[in-house]
Design a protein around this ligand. Structure first.
Ligand code: NDP
Length: 439
């Protein structure tokens, strides 16, 4: 901690993993003798660079760009790019660290990386976003490639940004190759990639419930966020007969007892990037709570009565008081779409209450898994159908659930998927690192 005093999100992520690994270290001292943790917490490479760009008025702006290549024991570095004003070295580092275990859990040949910039795309014109992406890629292109490092999207980086980034990579390298995932289906993307993280979260939630002789059908659900992950969680929930009754954005929370009208949310968020308040124009029976009116110690969405909660916005968006409120209101399932959305204390509440809890690095791995399917299609110059990719995604989510669940049972913590996911992910990467020597 002394070498990087401000990286609190990164320490939070590391501490959570270290706590879970104690039963493994007790059984297998070789991991400590080989200094695996000491090597794993240090990224193989960290890039920080200047991203200068011109706005529509001709003013010069400068943002901080990042790419962290964390661990390549299992394959090329893989992980998304986040464009959000809150991005800093700690955020990118915690995301890259989590990605190591998530990618290992998929069982696929994926190393771990993460990147982004403290650029805020909100309120920027398409031309400004394009110029920013081109400037960002003008530095990044020399560090990435289809068998070295393959970035994807995350908060603030969707299909449009991936398009501009890919165009600039192609111009600089004169190579048309699978260097980014989340591409449009017209020019090298995979079907289901857009939906994959959200759909995967819901498949995972259903596997947890089935294991407890329950199901999602009929359950009333809270889904925070209203971006890519939240929208596709809600879509799959409806397909499986559950009812999402609330969602949110950075300005407030929307509650609609009859069920969120997803076509309106898609229109507002995917096509126009508008606030959720506009939902009330077509649905006067819905309620909206502004962020300023949130409970002092928490978030309005988690104070609503429901059977299940899906945090899908951002890190640390669900704290201990929120967790207690969810449990008091009878919530039986929490399944995480966002990365590290629950604080350490909130997670402890879920685990000690023994409710169904799907930790993010297991539950939201469907996105990166489908990115690997996109890489496989690019490398073999094939296009698979929606049904083919969706079937593979379901198999991968089942594999992740079984791996986390069996590993939790092996270490005498049956049902503790956080412990199972951390140990199983760590063990796969650690074994590969040991076999590859001290590098
Ligand atoms: P988007 O940018 O599409 O959507 C993010 C949503 O969260 C928006 O509704 C945004 O509100 C809201 N949000 C962002 N920051 C905050 C904040 N500080 N407070 C409250 N609300 C906030 O991102 P994604 O849906 O892609 O990502 C959401 C989460 O899922 C992230 O944690 C990401 O790392 C994780 N994830 C994403 C994957 C993917 O494939 N996209 C894969 C695995 C994990 P507003 O509209 O007002 O900005």
């Amino acid at each position: 901690k002394h070498s990087s005093p401000a990286q609190c999100e990164f320490y939070q992520a590391v501490e959570e993993v270290l706590d879970s690994l104690q039963p493994l270290f007790a059984k297998t001292p070789a991991y400590q003798q080989q200094a695996i943790i000491e090597r794993m917490v240090e990224p193989e490479r960290q890039l920080m660079f200047r991203v200068p760009w011109l706005d529509d008025q001709g003013n010069i702006h400068v943002n901080k760009g990042y790419r962290i290549e964390f661990n390549s024991a299992l394959g090329p570095y893989k992980g998304g790019l986040r464009f959000h004003p809150s991005v800093n070295a700690s955020i990118i580092k915690f995301l890259g660290f989590e990605q190591i275990f998530k990618n290992a859990l998929t069982g696929l040949p994926l190393g771990s990386g993460k990147g982004g910039a403290n650029f805020d795309p909100k309120g920027r014109s398409d031309h400004e976003i394009m110029r920013f992406c081109q400037s960002y890629m003008t530095e990044l292109y020399r560090h990435i490639g289809p068998v070295t490092d393959v970035p994807a999207g995350d908060i603030g980086v969707g299909g449009k940004e991936i398009g501009y980034l890919f165009g600039q990579y192609k111009r600089l390298t004169a190579r048309y190759e699978g260097v980014l995932t989340g591409k449009n289906i017209l020019w090298g993307g995979s079907l289901v990639r857009t939906e994959a993280t959200g759909y995967g979260v819901v498949y995972f939630a259903n596997y947890i419930l089935q294991d407890r002789n329950s199901e999602l059908k009929g359950k009333r659900c809270l889904v925070s966020g209203s971006g890519n992950v939240a929208i596709h969680v809600m879509e799959k929930l409806y397909q499986l007969g559950a009812i999402p009754v609330a969602c949110s954005d950075s300005k407030g929370t929307l509650y609609h007892q009859a069920g969120i009208d997803l076509s309106v949310i898609k229109q507002l968020k995917l096509h126009k990037r508008e606030s959720l308040t506009a939902y009330l124009e077509s649905h006067q029976d819905a309620d909206y709570v502004e962020r300023d009116a949130y409970p002092e110690d928490g978030h309005a969405i988690w104070r609503l009565r429901a059977d299940a909660a899906f945090p899908c916005a951002t890190q640390n968006e669900l704290n201990e008081d929120d967790a207690k409120a969810l449990l008091a209101n009878g919530c039986e399932l929490v399944c995480e779409g966002a990365n590290m959305p629950s604080t350490k204390q909130a997670v402890e509440c879920f685990i000690s209450a023994n409710i169904a809890y799907g930790p993010s690095k297991a539950a939201n791995a469907g996105g990166v898994a489908t990115s690997q399917l996109e890489m496989a299609q690019n490398a073999s110059m094939q296009n698979w159908s929606f049904a083919q990719v969706d079937e593979k995604l379901q198999h991968i989510m089942k594999h992740i659930f079984d791996t986390a669940s069996n590993t939790a049972a092996e270490f005498d913590h049956p049902g503790n998927l956080l412990l199972g996911a951390n140990i199983a992910g760590f063990r796969r990467v650690a074994d590969a690192m040991i076999e590859q020597g001290v590098v």
